[in-house]
Design a protein around this ligand. Structure first.
Ligand SMILES: [Zn+2]
Length: 329
């Protein structure tokens, strides 16, 4: 049942039961954190329902029939999908009711009202449901209130609080929870076969149940950030300000969420500590170099402790840079 979708067994069971009982509602609102597979779920559900073999009963697109081929190319005539175009802050009105010169003769609401071309029903997938403007939502309202026969609308959004009440009240809400770390790790390993298992595990722990976020991290955010910081570690002695700026900049690259930034900084400090430790092992003991490295390592460990105590990040980065500069003296 929807085997390409990782986890979300509750939602799968719910749809399986409802479909088996012939009681599928006309509109569902799929909500949950970003990057956990809601859009994939909607796409796979649609593909299963339009599959021309036993997909509609097993809820598994067979992958071989013509309908499945069309679905996987995003070209099934009865599966209509809209999303917020890049660069736009909300779902444009014309996506739903057509451009001004073709009002109500084009757009999703019109297309959904047409008779299915191949399948038993027409299905609309509306992504970015968080980004409905009032006018666009109102344009969709009539369709939600009087859904065309044999139509199914799947809205995909993040939190329920971000949905307009007019849409929310006319939808069946299906909640999606973040995935378990192990599930994220498995998905990540499947996506990036070359990722060492311990790295996949670490990224999964950082990603807060989102495969999308873990993939983003794996694709270089963190790796690149570590590289940047380490590349200016040597200059920390002569240019502490530059080191501090790089460290802070790279911890902010994790996003706007304070929790993510803190974890990123934690990872970066960890990378610096490992580098210093490696050098310490290479250096001969009781030399000025070893002393300096030990001092530097102490400074990093103190910074890690300060981070764990939730000390202001700019302040602790600044202090670390000052201490690293003094180690050079
Ligand atoms: Zn099929």
């Amino acid at each position: 049942m929807l085997s390409r979708v990782l986890g979300h067994d509750g939602a799968k069971d719910r749809f399986a039961r409802t479909i088996a009982a012939g009681r599928l509602a006309s509109t569902y609102l799929l909500v949950g954190p970003a990057g956990i597979g809601k859009r994939l779920f909607a796409g796979e559900l649609a593909a299963a329902l339009v599959c021309e073999r036993d997909g509609p009963t097993t809820l598994e697109p067979c992958g071989r029939c013509d309908a499945c081929q069309l679905s996987s190319a995003g070209a099934h005539p009865d599966v209509l999908a809209v999303a917020r175009p890049e660069g736009r802050s909300s779902l444009p009105l014309e996506l739903f009711i057509g451009p001004p010169d073709k009002r109500h003769r084009e757009g999703l609401c019109h297309d959904l009202s047409l008779r299915p071309m191949r399948a038993g029903r027409r299905i609309a997938i509306i992504d970015d449901a968080d980004d409905f403007g009032v006018e666009t939502a109102n344009a969709l309202l009539k369709t939600l209130e009087e859904p065309p026969p044999r139509s199914l609308i799947l809205l995909v959004g993040t939190s329920l609080a971000r949905q307009l009440s007019t849409i929310r009240s006319r939808s069946q809400v299906v909640r999606f929870r973040p995935l378990a770390d192990e599930q994220v790790e498995a998905a990540l390993s499947a996506l990036h076969g070359d990722l060492p298992p311990h790295e996949a595990q670490r990224l999964a722990q950082l990603a807060g149940g989102s495969v999308g976020r873990a993939a983003g991290l794996a694709e270089g955010d963190l790796v690149a950030a570590c590289r940047e910081v380490l590349s200016c570690l040597d200059s920390a002695r002569t240019e502490p300000l530059r080191f501090a700026q790089t460290l802070e900049q790279q911890s902010k690259a994790a996003g706007t969420e304070p929790r993510l930034r803190r974890r990123q900084l934690h990872e970066l400090l960890g990378a610096v500590a490992r580098r210093l430790h490696e050098r310490l092992l290479e250096s001969s003991t009781d030399t000025p170099t070893a002393d300096r490295l030990l001092e530097a390592l102490d400074a990093v460990i103190d910074a890690e402790e300060a981070l764990a105590r939730n000390v202001n990040q700019s302040a602790l980065v600044q202090r670390l840079a000052e201490r690293l500069a003094r180690c050079a003296a």
